[in-house]
Design a protein. Sequence first.
Length: 415
Amino acid sequence: MTDYSGPNLLAELSAKLESKREELSDFFSSERAKLPMPLYASVDIRDAGWKVAAVDANAYPAGFNNVSSSDLPNLSEQLLIWLKKEHPNKKWLHIWPESHTRNKGYVENLITLQKLFSQDGNKVTIGSPELNELDEVEGLTGALILSKTTADGELLVSGGTPDLVILNNDLSNGTLEGIGGVPVAPPQAMGWYQRKKSNHFRHVQPFIDKAAEILEIDPWLLGTHWFVSEDKCLEEEACRIKLAAHVDSFLQFLKTKYEEYGIEGEPVLFVKNDSGTYGLGILEIRTGEQLLNLSNRKVNKLTYGKGGTEAIDFLIQEGVPTALKVDGHVIEPCIYGAGGHSCSTFYRANPKKGVIANLNTPSTKFLQPEDLSKMDGGDLILGRVDNWHSLVAELAMLAMGSELAELTSLATSQE
């Protein structure tokens, strides 16, 4: 297990961040006005003390049941502001969910979403053709009633047609079919059937660069470096040899950055499916040689995607250790937003994992801000939410808007 130590640059730079808040606010307002901002999003944050980065951004997030009850009114308000702006007079909203209804946590997420969208007199139903054999499913706090849903050229929910589909399905297996002309939010163009993690990080970099320019800091302090391995490279020895050399070069770059900032510890890279979610098949590497010596079992695990789909391309991304710890748990913030604005933060916490490890695992539990406030050191973590954590989360949401504009344009050109 690698230990890390380095300067607390984020604390040292907090005064500068505060002094630039108005300029940053103007920058965000200007960029949001140009882009189709997402209805909702969740962003995973890693805070090393010397840098902070959004390491994952989800277009159709689950986990709304983990949002603090004190944050729900603001989150609901921001969701409804987005809906009134983008889809005025749409009063019947139909949530199209994932199909893993045995997961009580996911069902509770749907229950929470239904409550969030039911404000302002909206009718909110939930269902999909795949779930029509079920009348209800169990969440953590009770049962969720499902509505019979058919999509045979026309979307019918209990015999009627909703005004708008709210998508809470990541579309790993393709777009919704047979729903007619009912609009969908967030748009289907952000589904994993075509979205790439690397494309998100390509889109976020110009926004990171601009924010870093405003703050007069190194952009590396606000993001991660990465590259992509394409076309099943891990399955071909000659390609894997070249990839290992690229990995070693990448790690050497990170060692140079560590030396520049006086950081002690061993740089780590994560290998991830470039088209996927749920933390499936994530591999941690410290040398190119580890790629050369991968067992067939590890290659198979890495290439297995959600629903049995096979991973083709891999994102190789700089690992960011977390400096956030309370009561023996390593901590990772997860920010939920609406319309490009940060609205709520909760925290993944794990007593079994190290500071560099992926925390999106079954052994992880979730802490709300009120939980952290009662723990030793919790207030220090909470103090970063409204500055550095929200900053990189909202940069990621700008990137999602930029992604959506590009993917929508691509889909239109292919019609």
